[in-house]
Design a protein around this ligand. Structure first.
Ligand code: B12
Ligand code: SF4
Ligand code: SF4
Length: 215
């Protein structure tokens, strides 16, 4: 079942797919759905990408429900969905946590999921399920090494330089208030809310010429 689900998603636009085992890590309301299908696409999170991610989620939900399992799709822009009863559950879940647990990458110094092949350039989405899919191997440690490019380039000096590991996942990596306020100022001055310099400078997953900067 796992192989055919992954194949179907990769054939329809997913860049990477992993299965996470989240037993013991979920809040009570969703703890019965302790497997996660974590999906990444190598595109920035714009309207088109949101549509693709949600189409992929629908495929997963159809696939699992047709085999008698429960499935809960957490939308990619979970913080912007506040209109339905089910949306109360979204804030209980974090796509990066599913992705590290599914072996798709680690959390970099920039606070983002870093995939060895695509760096921080993946937009993520998750479907939780009770199907007994065999989990992939989680990633345990940050592989940023001595690199400090994102720290040096962050315009709001929001990146602290701390290092993530699965055993200490909630260290303060990014001072989110600083990041958020930089983006608000940017929206006021340029009309565009996003910054993403910490994505652009990361050597992981950059096109050739930049590969030799990988620490
Ligand atoms: C809210 C939010 C923001 C807020 C942050 C506020 C906050 N308190 O987190 C703001 C507006 C600042 C923001 C900014 C950005 N965001 Co944002 N954001 C989110 C959102 C909606 C929720 C994040 C969340 O739950 N945070 C709660 C805190 C507690 O978790 P965290 O620190 O983020 O992550 C920790 C856990 O994952 C933990 N962890 C990891 N593995 C494991 C394993 C286990 C077992 C455990 C227990 C924990 C654990 O370690 C992480 C680091 O401490 C997610 C979508 C989602 N539902 O996941 C997108 C998301 C995280 N954002 C994303 C992006 C792209 C951005 C921006 C680049 C946007 C931009 N272009 O400017 C910036 C990047 C800033 C940065 N360097 O982090 C992407 C990240 C993709 C990636 N490759 O990582 C996401 C996943 C959206 C998506 N669907 O793709 N964001
Ligand atoms: S999105 Fe911009 S301001 Fe926020 S952490 Fe990344 S580089 Fe810094
Ligand atoms: S720029 Fe360097 S330190 Fe920052 S996330 Fe990428 S590899 Fe890690």
């Amino acid at each position: 079942m796992k192989t055919s689900l992954k194949r179907e998603l990769l054939d329809h636009g997913a860049t990477v797919v992993g299965i996470a085992g989240l037993n013991g890590y979920l809040s009570g309301e969703i703890s019965h759905l302790d497997r996660a299908v974590s999906i990444g696409v190598d595109r920035r999170l714009n309207e088109e990408t949101l549509a693709l991610l949600m189409k992929l989620q629908k495929r997963v939900v159809r696939f699992l429900k047709a085999r008698g399992h429960k499935a809960l799709a957490i939308p990619p822009d979970s913080d912007r969905r506040k209109d339905t009863f089910i949306s109360k559950l979204y804030s209980l879940f974090n796509h990066k946590m599913a992705a590290t647990s599914a072996g798709l990458g680690w959390i970099g110094k920039n606070g983002l999921l870093i995939s060895p092949s695509h760096g921080p350039r993946l937009s993520l989405v998750t479907v939780l399920t009770d199907a007994r899919l065999r989990p992939d191997e989680p990633i345990e440690h940050c592989l940023c090494g001595q690199c400090v490019l994102c720290i040096d380039h962050c315009p709001s000096r929001a990146i602290t330089g701390a290092t993530w590991s699965r055993s200490a996942p909630f260290v303060e990596l990014v001072r989110l208030a600083e990041c958020r306020s930089h983006k608000t100022t940017k929206r006021q001055t340029t009309g565009k809310p996003n910054c993403g310099l910490c994505i652009n400078v990361c050597p992981y997953g950059r096109t050739k010429g930049y590969q030799d900067q990988v620490p």
